[in-house]
Structures are given as structure tokens and as C-alpha cells.
Ligand binder design. Structure first.
Ligand code: 13P
Ligand code: SF4
Length: 304
């Protein structure tokens, strides 16, 4: 059944000139039929280079919005219209205007998990895989980092000599994992290496053997000579890795680390979106998109 639907999608996407992007948290049956699977940064780079008329994003809303900014003349769709990222909605533009007033002369660095309206007010975006490198490369020593204070704290730890101000935001999924969860997982699997996403709280990050983006974690685990891994990011990554490396063992760090928004998209959603019966077309005002795109362009320039 799944195979048949996948074949129908592959045929239909050629007929309708669709390019399918999938974030690495998507289900296996979706990553199998995607043209490109990656982390937020890789998806942005890839979207900017694709030649198809239509792009379908299997991920969350801010990712589809970013694609629209980078490929304004293309039709960009989000496969499941309800898939949003709660972190992206945490800061209203008015709130950021207010914070900026108290931080004159600061470079405003936004995690890519933000809305287009917020990006318009920022100087440069970062993703989890590029944040340290980009903040290091920014000439200004005064940085206002929004909205994820856990990623921001990780950047602070790894970029010396800069004055980095954080606000109280973050990913409710990763931030729910505690030091106790980490201790429990280590007690169950004492020989496993711990690989975590920098959206986790500092206590969890401090106990990890490797900290990186979703793709960074996947690459590290594939290349490592170790045989067992505790995966501290959305649990789909442990599943994907288990398929990719059957000779190794992957354990989830905690049952809490499940993103309900990333889990919303189904293969049927993908089919319906390409067929014109589902999904959500991303519409952005041209001037707003151009203003918001500036910090994505800056991210690509500094992050490559
Ligand atoms: P990546 O940048 O690692 O893809 O992370 C995106 C995300 O939403 C993590 O929760
Ligand atoms: Fe947003 Fe967290 Fe889900 Fe990533 S895992 S999409 S940051 S809620």
C-alpha cells in the first residue's frame, strides 16, 4: 500500500513539475520519495538552487516560508497546513521592536525557526549547524540572539570574546528533556555515546559526547566506530539511523522528545498537496519577503 502510494507520488510529481523537500525529522516513507532530505540549513541551500516550478515542503511552516523567500517566483506549498513550529511563534514583532530599543548597536541574530515577520526585523539568521560559525564571523561584538536561549547558550559557550544577550525562548520538545532523563538513559546504556541537538538545555548539552544539528548527528553516528548511541533529538532520527546502520544500536534519550508538528505530515498529505487537493500554498507580500530574505542571504553568505 505504502509502496503503491509512493509510486503514484513519484509519477505525479514529474507530471506536475514538483520538487519535494523533506526535513530529516519526517517519516521514513516521506524521506524515501523526497528529492532532498536535510537539516534547516541544507534545505535552505538546496531550495535556492532547484529548477522546478513547484516546491513542496514536508516539514513545518517556517521552513516553507524560507523556501518561498528564496524562490519567490515559484509556487511553494507546505504539505500539511497545520504543521507549525511553536518556537517560531514565540516572539511577536512588536516585542522584538521593544527589545531592540534596549539593545541599540547590537546585531540581531535570529534562529531560522522564526516567522518571516520577525526575520524582517533581524540582521542575520542562523541554524543549529551554522550558529557558532556565523556568530564568530559577525564583526560586531554585541549580539542579541533570539529566540532559543538553549541554542544561544551553546553559542555563548563556543564563541569567546562576544557580548551575547539571550531572551527566554526555545523548543518545547527538546527543552523538556532533563539531566535526570540523560542520567537514566546513560544508566540503561552505559557504553553508548550521547549525541544531542543544541536546542536541549545546557545540563543535557554538557553531558553529551557530540552536539550538533540533525544532519550533524546523523553524519557523526554513521562515521563513528562506536556501536551504541543515545540520540538527543527528535526520535525519528534514531529510527532513520537504525535503518541506515543496522549493525549499530540507537536509543532515544527520552520518550518526551517527539515533535507533534513534525509528525503531522503523512504520505497521503504529500499526494493530496501535489494533486491540488491539499497542502497550503505559501503567500508572502513581495516587499516583506525581500526584507525578510536579507537575513537568510546573510546566513548563506556567512554560513557556507
Ligand atoms: P535543524 O537545524 O537541526 O534541522 O533543526 C531544526 C529543528 O526544528 C530542530 O528542532
Ligand atoms: Fe520546532 Fe522543536 Fe518541533 Fe523543531 S522540534 S520543529 S524546534 S517544536
Amino acid at each position: 500500500m505504502i509502496r503503491q502510494l509512493q509510486e503514484k507520488i513519484l509519477k505525479l510529481k514529474e507530471e506536475r513539475d514538483f520538487y519535494i523537500l523533506a526535513h530529516s525529522y519526517q517519516a521514513k516513507e516521506i524521506t524515501e520519495i523526497a528529492d532532498f532530505v536535510g537539516d534547516s540549513f541544507q534545505l535552505s541551500l538546496n531550495a535556492a538552487e532547484c529548477n522546478n516550478k513547484n516546491i513542496l515542503m514536508c516539514g513545518v511552516h517556517f521552513m516553507a516560508e524560507t523556501v518561498k523567500m528564496l524562490s519567490y517566483d515559484k509556487n511553494v506549498y507546505l504539505a500539511n497546513q497545520l504543521a507549525g513550529c511553536p518556537m517560531a511563534e514565540q516572539v511577536e514583532p512588536e516585542m522584538l521592536e521593544y527589545i531592540k530599543k534596549n539593545h541599540e548597536g547590537y546585531t540581531v541574530v535570529a534562529y531560522i525557526n522564526t516567522t518571516a515577520a520577525l526575520k524582517e526585523l533581524c540582521d542575520v539568521c542562523v541554524t543549529s549547524s551554522t550558529a557558532v560559525k556565523i556568530v564568530q564571523r559577525i564583526e560586531n561584538n554585541n549580539i542579541l540572539f533570539i529566540p532559543d536561549c538553549n541554542l544561544g547558550n551553546y553559542v555563548k559557550e563556543n564563541v569567546k570574546g562576544k557580548n551575547i544577550k539571550l531572551i527566554q525562548g526555545g523548543c518545547p520538545v527538546h527543552a523538556a528533556v532533563t539531566k535526570k532523563d540523560l542520567e537514566n538513559a546513560k544508566a540503561l546504556h552505559p557504553d553508548a555515546l550521547v549525541l544531542v541537538h543544541p536546542e536541549c538545555v545546557p545540563d543535557v548539552v554538557a553531558g553529551a559526547d557530540y552536539v550538533g544539528s540533525t544532519s550533524g548527528i546523523v553524519e557523526f553516528a554513521k562515521k563513528s566506530d562506536a556501536k551504541e548511541f543515545i540520540i538527543g533529538t527528535e526520535m525519528s532520527i534514531a529510527e532513520h539511523l537504525q535503518y541506515a546502520c543496522p549493525e549499530k544500536d540507537f536509543y532515544i534519550l527520552s520518550k518526551k522528545i517527539l515533535c507533534p508538528n513534525m509528525k503531522l505530515t503523512t504520505l497521503v498529505d504529500v499526494y493530496k498537496a501535489i494533486d491540488g487537493r491539499g497542502g497550503k500554498e505559501i503567500k508572502l507580500d513581495k516587499d516583506k519577503a525581500e526584507r525578510a530574505k536579507k537575513c537568510i542571504d546573510e546566513m548563506i553568505r556567512l554560513g557556507k
